[in-house]
Design a protein around this ligand. Sequence first.
Ligand SMILES: [Zn+2]
Length: 351
Amino acid sequence: MNVQHSIHIPSFLKVYDNALDDLGSILQNQGISRVVLYFGNDLIEMFGSKVMNSLKDAQVDVLEYKEIDTIALNDITQMAFSISPKAQAVIGIGGGKVIDAAKYMGFLKKLPFISIPTSTSSDGFASSSASLKIEERRVSVPARLAYGIVVDTQIIKTAPVKFIYSGIGDMISKITSIYDWQYEEKCGFTKVDDFAMMIAKKAVNSFVRTPYQDIHENLFLKELVDSLAMSGIANEIAGSSAPVSGSEHLISHALNKLLDHPQLHGVQVGIATYIMSKVQDHRYVRVETVLNDTGFFDYVATLDMKKQDFLDAIDLAPTLKNRHTYLHEQKYRDMAKDFVRNDARLQTILH
Ligand SMILES: [Zn+2]
């Protein structure tokens, strides 16, 4: 008999304007009074005094704080073991790198990790794995979901808009990743976890049905953050990234390998989702509508991304993961490449 699932989920998720001002009281409510703080590059200047004042007001002691700009496993391991034994939590404030680094330090030290993303560029702030560098290679290592997540929507909306587009691309990708997972099961290569799939589906459906006029609106950003956090839970339930990362993510991973200067994760993933939804013949109208109406396509058109890179990435993609997505079959790779060569929209936004 299989044992019933048991998973860890974050104890708090605060998403609102100026949430960072309340960090101290949020921690105090959790009984946390001694922390170490890690900021992304240049972020102490931007948010340092806001954070320190909030913690001071709530009598939360900062045992150590610094900026970090590394995701090398060796550096992170060393830093983790120099954390004071008095620390009750590890806090990461910033973009992808510092979130991954602090998440992994918390995991190594068995300390709660508080995730404070300053942009919505991917679902990494709410995922249970960390993307680190081991001998110059980017590797996804198991860690643990954040103990708590604080997202200041005021900060998110003033960050460069490319980060919002990247989040949109990463979120919409659940449409194709779920379908790949189901296909993989149909072909006899895996077993889908019903509950993880349901959560991932609800996350993306809730996001794509959110009414908005402008992507900077609070409701839109909150939906985006909540949905990204929900897909992190799907990932945790499944015990793998399968529900949230399919053929479209493999194309992005391949681009990262092929290019000296890849684009943001969710930007690459979003274009790949558009391609794969057509190949899968699955919900592509919805994908196209979201990417068009949000301005995602217009943004991508400014980036000088190359058709040839996508063609090469499609061929490389299936070699990167031992799975069975649509791209693991020749005929679907051929369809994807035909689409890149001939789709009218892609001709206008890729070069
Ligand atoms: Zn992703």
